[in-house]
Write a protein that binds this ligand. Structure first.
Ligand code: ATP
Ligand code: MG
Length: 361
């Protein structure tokens, strides 16, 4: 079976380094591996509207930002289709059919949706669209027959939900849909990067982000004011690594070459951690090292962004072409879905013949 990728992001802000380690850098590797027949990268504007219905301008403005972030992170439009979700109406149609296969209590059990409802103070007034977004996500994944979905670990419950829908659909209507697998980062730090405030997850909606397009000056300010170990007051104090965001970021980003180049007194992260825990290593030194590592990572991304920003019409053209190709793929799946669900009246010659026969005098 051919391998197909679907993944995406909500246009609720610029992309941050949590996206980068959780999904984006893996996407670029997979794109370049040549192992995938098709790759669909979706800007999920319809999903973003489920909790931003009153602010369509925010969603609209951020589509180009996310597209620029994709291209500058190294996604190559000659190898991937970048699409805008709302431009593929087949996705909405498929969501509607899937709604029959999912119970309200099943949606209520989804831990990611539960915590997002809390975060948005939706407890007493959850928009139905927001509540159902895991169903729409299942439609996005399956419409493209995706086998592989590279995501951060907050998305695992969505992939599980998708797999349940696929099994149920195939069970009732016959083998039609493809069962997808999530692909998450191998290291814990990258699966869910915390915010600069030490919060559990860096998230556009929480304002605790380092953006991919951060200027060197802003990057420095953010890194130097990051949350560390609040009990590590004097340099000589022993410090804690657990929950220390600076070390978590180093887990996700630092490589041995970075030590050689910027911190040659240590050969790897374990040695640095060990010194910090023993006492005698100050936060400022560790933060300066992290800053150098992040600057090295973000510099080429920032430079490529600068180039694409000079050709915005070209970027919209990439989005249009990606959306057209995606629509074609989704439409082909929908033809199969409608046939399986027996709602393909005008193309089902057997049905018409049967009814002719039924009423023939
Ligand atoms: P929002 O606050 O609007 O939900 P977000 O920052 O959570 O935005 P999404 O667009 O919801 O970003 O997520 C897109 C992808 O990035 C998903 O695969 C998600 O798992 C991944 N991702 C988001 N934040 C992180 C993070 N902090 N660490 C690792 N992966 C992340
Ligand atoms: Mg999110």
């Amino acid at each position: 079976m051919s391998k197909i990728i679907l993944t995406g992001d909500r246009p609720t802000g610029k992309l941050h380094i949590g996206h980068y380690v959780g999904s984006l850098r893996r996407r670029v590797e997979l794109q370049n591996s040549g192992e995938y027949e098709k790759i669909f990268i979706m800007i999920a504007d319809a999903q973003a509207l489920t909790d931003n219905a009153d602010n369509p301008e925010k969603v609209r403005q951020n589509i180009i930002e996310v597209a620029l972030d994709y291209l500058s992170a190294g996604l190559d439009p000659s190898k991937v289709n970048i699409l805008i979700q709302s431009q593929i109406p087949e996705l909405t149609e498929l969501s509607f059919y899937y709604m029959n296969l999912v119970t309200v209590s099943r949606l209520q059990r989804n831990p990611t949706v539960k915590s997002e409802i809390q975060m948005r103070n939706f407890e007493t007034s959850i928009p139905v669209g927001f509540f159902c977004y895991p169903i729409s996500q299942a439609a996005d994944i399956t419409a493209f027959k995706a086998t592989t979905v590279p995501v951060g670990d907050d998305q695992l419950p969505m992939i599980e939900q998708t797999r349940e829908i696929v099994r149920k659909f195939n069970d009732i209507y016959g083998e039609t849909l493809v069962l997808p697998d999530a692909q998450i980062a191998t290291d814990e730090a990258s699966r869910r990067l915390p915010g600069t405030d030490g919060g559990a997850k860096m998230s556009k909606s929480l304002g605790n982000c380092i953006y991919l397009s951060e200027t060197p000056a802003d990057l420095k300010t953010k890194v130097m004011s990051m949350y560390t170990d609040p009990d590590h007051i004097k340099i000589t104090d022993p410090g804690k690594i657990e929950g220390n965001t600076v070390f978590t970021y180093l887990d996700a980003f630092a490589r041995p070459e970075h030590f050689e180049e910027y911190l040659p007194d240590y050969s790897n992260l374990d040695e640095l951690k060990e010194h910090y825990q023993r006492g005698g290593l100050g936060d400022v030194k560790v933060k300066k090292f992290l800053l150098a590592v992040l600057e090295e990572t973000l510099q080429p991304i920032r430079a490529r962004r600068g180039e694409y920003q000079q050709d915005i019409a070209g970027v919209y053209d990439i989005l249009k072409k990606g959306s057209d190709a995606a629509r074609e793929a989704a439409a082909a799946t929908l033809d199969e879905v409608r046939a399986a669900m027996k709602i393909n009246y005008f193309t089902d010659e057997a049905l018409i013949a049967e009814h002719i026969k039924k009423y023939k005098q």
